[in-house]
Ligand binder design. Structure first.
Ligand code: G6P
Length: 611
């Protein structure tokens, strides 16, 4: 989703801003732009449809020289992805603005501004904000006041950054929804949508809260609250380094992130899970132990891949902790009337911690009588972490590929920890819990073995590349694993893929099965195996081709229409983590063969900061 970078420095900012945009590419975008205010007080800009590299090429051809600037990657919402709609937008060249989010009342404001003589050059809601700020600047002569007054008229969720010819030496930025950070340098200061954009220039950050406006100058940064009062904000030093977002020797970030999973999982276990000792709560926030002890039900809310992790955890919670669990996508939850069971915990899952629907669901949950909000999140500085009373961090490290991989498997590991903690509090048998802890601790090794399937899956992918559709089957906790496999395939290879609980096959999707429909099944050696095998026979009998990921001893034999991929065993109840890995690899290799943009698939964004 849109990315913002801006800065005021003693040096030329063009390359800093372009590097910032490159580092925000993972968020997903369709066009990019940059505007720089030169030392003669003139704003110059470049905008390009497509990748940041196109914009960089334009800047090589015709460099923008200046010490103040703003830049943007745009993910189209209002107006198609054209150069004219790309940011920064001008108001008669006196003002340049970049914007993330949606201005909901743009239509009446546009009409009013047109009546007042402002000429519009784009179809965007952003240009409305540019003219509105220009109008206020005419009256006040002060860019900060102009932004304060203009934003009072705006409705919706947005983050903005503005520079003005008439009030140079500062970038004014504000936040009302999408994230915004300030980066503190020496004699230079920056703003961006996330810390990764600014890591080459600083590791010191302050996080802007909703409703705040920040005045960024060379020698100081001043943050104002909604009422115009100065806010003191702690400056935090990020543990991330600029190199943390490099692809290394891998061809794609997604590939790197798939192969990082053994490490990411062991980092998420580190210091928390020990085989011979009951789990110690690593949950941040006061009263975590008391909250878990009194939890009698759990409501999980998340989006996308994170939602699938929640669906798996539901099986674990109900089976191991014996408490009811509901799981819902955040965009539905936030608008529904809820009946909350007594002593319910509200649990959110998010890689980024900035997903607008998930954040809105957290707000909505405050209307209900939840005992607490627990966030499982990968970004310690995110909005979700700041807005939840309890937090369990996944230690996956930065995830750049739009298709989530290591964030998902580390979420599962964190979820199993929560399940074990609740089960422990509820007096579950220690020998059962010990066994589960042992299985968790073995996960990194077992994932390593699943990754050894890579060459085999690469060859298998050749049989998917020309298909238009694929069906994924699983049962129990492996149904959401199948859902995640289908999501991965459609996200990055654009092959239509659907997941079904295998027992539902006969109620509809079986009609689709023929020789052109590959059917992928997830078949662990558990109590459902025999049932699943009957479902697979239903596919075989209709001439469908099966690709079955099965543990040794499943009693499935290769044959016409039946391809068996032998999975490593030993992960017990944590095995959904292991079975996810080959499905990620299958999607990855299919996409590579198809030649799609693996890390930034069309139309998708990594961090969805609008509704
Ligand atoms: C986007 C991403 C998905 C991700 C989802 C939820 O759709 O493309 O990969 O699963 O958002 O993101 P979150 O950061 O909340 O886990």
């Amino acid at each position: 989703m849109c990315g913002i970078v801006g800065g005021v420095a003693e040096r030329n900012v063009q390359d800093i801003l372009l590097e910032g945009l490159r580092r925000l590419e993972y968020r997903g975008y369709d066009s990019a732009g940059i505007a720089v205010l030169d030392d003669h007080g003139v704003i110059h800009r470049h905008r390009r449809v497509g990748k940041v590299v196109e914009l960089s090429n334009a800047a090589i051809q015709s460099p923008l020289v200046g010490r103040i600037g703003i830049a943007h990657t745009r993910w189209a919402t209002h107006g198609s992805p054209t150069q004219g709609n790309a940011h920064p937008h001008f108001s008669t060249r006196r003002i340049a603005i970049v914007h993330n989010g949606i201005i909901e009342n743009h239509a009446p404001l546009r009409e009013e501004l047109i009546r007042q003589g402002y000429a519009f050059e784009s179809d965007t809601d952003t240009e409305v904000a540019a003219h509105l700020i220009a109008r206020h600047l005419d009256h006040t002569g002060d860019l900060l006041k102009a932004v304060q007054q203009a934003t009072a008229e705006l409705e919706g969720a947005y983050a903005l950054a503005v520079i003005a010819q008439d009030d140079p030496d500062r970038v004014i930025a504000c936040r009302n929804g999408p994230p915004l950070v300030v980066g503190y340098g020496i004699g230079e200061h920056f703003i961006a949508s996330d810390v990764q954009a600014l890591l080459p220039v600083t590791q010191r950050f302050a996080f802007i809260e909703n409703g705040e406006i920040v005045d960024v100058r060379r020698d100081r940064v001043t943050i104002y609250d909604r009422g115009g009062e100065i806010v003191e904000r702690e400056i935090k030093t990020s543990a991330l380094s600029a190199g943390a977002v490099d692809r290394g020797a891998y061809r794609h970030f997604m590939q790197k992130e798939i192969f990082e999973q053994p490490y990411a999982v062991s980092e998420t276990l580190e210091g928390r899970v020990v085989a011979d000792r009951p789990l110690a709560a690593e949950i941040l926030g006061s009263d975590a132990a008391a909250v878990l002890a009194s939890t009698r039900a759990v409501q999980i809310v998340a989006c996308g891949t994170s939602y699938h992790a929640g669906l798996i955890a539901r099986y674990w919670l109900e089976e191991l902790a014996g408490i009811p669990c509901q799981v819902e996508v955040a965009s539905e939850y936030r608008y529904r009337h809820h009946v909350v069971l007594p002593d319910s915990l509200f649990l959110t899952l998010s890689q980024s911690g900035e997903t607008a629907d998930t954040l809105a669901a957290v707000q909505a949950s405050r209307e209900d009588a939840y005992i607490a909000r627990l966030a499982i999140c990968n970004v310690p500085e995110s909005s979700l972490v700041r807005e939840s009373e309890l937090v369990l961090l996944t230690h996956a490290g930065p995830e750049i590929g739009v298709a989530s991989t290591k964030a998902f498997t580390t979420q599962l590991v964190a979820l199993m920890q929560v399940v074990l903690l609740v089960a422990q509090k509820r007096g579950a048998d220690e020998s059962v819990l010990k066994n589960l802890r042992g299985e968790l601790l073995h996960l990194p090794q077992i994932i390593e073995r699943a990754l050894e399937l890579d060459p085999l899956i690469e060859r298998l992918a050749e049989r998917f590349v020309d298909r238009g559709h694929a069906l994924f089957l699983g049962r129990g906790a492996y149904y959401p694993v199948a859902m995640e496999g289908a999501l991965k395939l459609k996200e990055i290879s654009y092959i239509h893929a659907e997941a079904y609980p295998a027992g539902e096959l006969k109620h509809g999707p079986l009609a689709l099965v023929d020789a052109d429909m590959p059917v992928i099944a997830v078949a662990p050696n558990n109590a459902m195996l025999e049932k699943l095998k009957s479902n697979l026979e239903e596919v075989r009998a209709r001439g469908g081709e099966l690709f079955v990921f099965a543990e040794p001893g499943a009693g499935l034999c290769e044959g016409p229409g039946m391809n068996i991929i032998e999975m490593p065993s030993g992960a017990g109840m944590s095995a959904p983590v292991v079975f996810t890995v080959p499905l990620q690899l299958l999607a990855y290799h299919t996409a590579v063969l198809k030649g799609t943009d693996v890390d930034q698939p069309r139309n998708l964004a990594k961090s969805v900061t609008v509704e």
